[in-house]
Design a protein around this ligand. Structure first.
Ligand SMILES: [Zn+2]
Length: 238
């Protein structure tokens, strides 16, 4: 029986950012169709004992239903997985991404949001509790950016559409934050060494939808992303 190969330095170097995206798309199709690739994880543990050459880094939520390795059908040594409630960006997460891409050769960064996210719902309801308060504060800009729901009584977690809009906005803001807050990663995109893309995982169907309008793949995308950021800052000041 064919067994999925473990990544080596040589294999990782050959993968382009676009191919990295295709590998994840195909992996998610397998997951959705319940066609898991055959992997010998014990063998992979042995194969990777001296080093790792993952092709992608995925920032996703801690939610128990959105495990990146499972929903993209990946094995040991395939992806760097960063997980935090609400897939927010902070300095430590940017540092982890810089490590994954600049030092370890990953070709793609995915910011993966998901529907029915407890963290997003908490932010929509302005929940305050212990250290969670500070984490949810990082989701507030997405809540404020949502302008389509105008009635105050409808701007909470009981409104599915509002939650969905905030989820999408938060994912897109995280993509932009990577470009605007990490000079190293911005430069890697401009040189064609990595791509960054946003996606949303549907918990019920398992389908991951990638967003072309949250795809930063070249200098033009970087410039557009940064200027959009400036526009938002100018609007916030006005
Ligand atoms: Zn979540």
């Amino acid at each position: 029986m064919y067994t999925m190969r473990t990544l080596t330095k040589e294999l990782q170097e050959k993968i382009t950012p676009q191919e990295a995206l295709d590998i994840l798309k195909r992996g998610n199709q397998r997951f959705v169709n319940n066609l898991k690739e055959n992997r010998n994880l014990l063998q992979q543990a042995n194969d990777t004992r001296a080093g790792q050459w993952p092709f992608a880094v995925i920032l996703s939520c801690i939610d128990s239903r959105t495990s990146a390795e499972l929903i993209f059908d990946q094995g040991l040594g395939d992806i760097f997985s960063i997980r935090i409630a609400g897939n927010i960006i902070n300095t430590d997460i940017l540092g982890s991404m810089e490590f994954a891409c600049k030092l370890s050769g990953a070709k793609l960064i995915v910011v993966l949001g998901h529907d029915n996210c407890g963290a997003i719902k908490g932010a929509c309801d302005h929940v305050e509790m212990g250290n969670l308060t500070e984490l949810l504060a990082k989701l507030q800009p997405a809540v404020y950016e949502e302008k389509t729901v105008t009635k105050a009584e409808e701007r909470n977690s009981s409104n599915d559409k509002f939650v969905e809009n905030v989820t999408l906005l938060n994912m897109k803001r995280s993509v932009k934050s990577i470009v605007s807050r990490s000079y190293i990663l911005e430069q890697m995109v401009e040189k064609g060494e990595i791509d960054i893309i946003g996606a949303i995982h549907n918990l019920e169907s398992g389908v991951v939808q990638f967003y072309e309008d949250a795809y930063v793949a070249n200098k033009k995308d970087v410039t557009a992303s940064l200027s959009e950021k400036k526009d938002l800052a100018a609007k916030a000041k006005a």
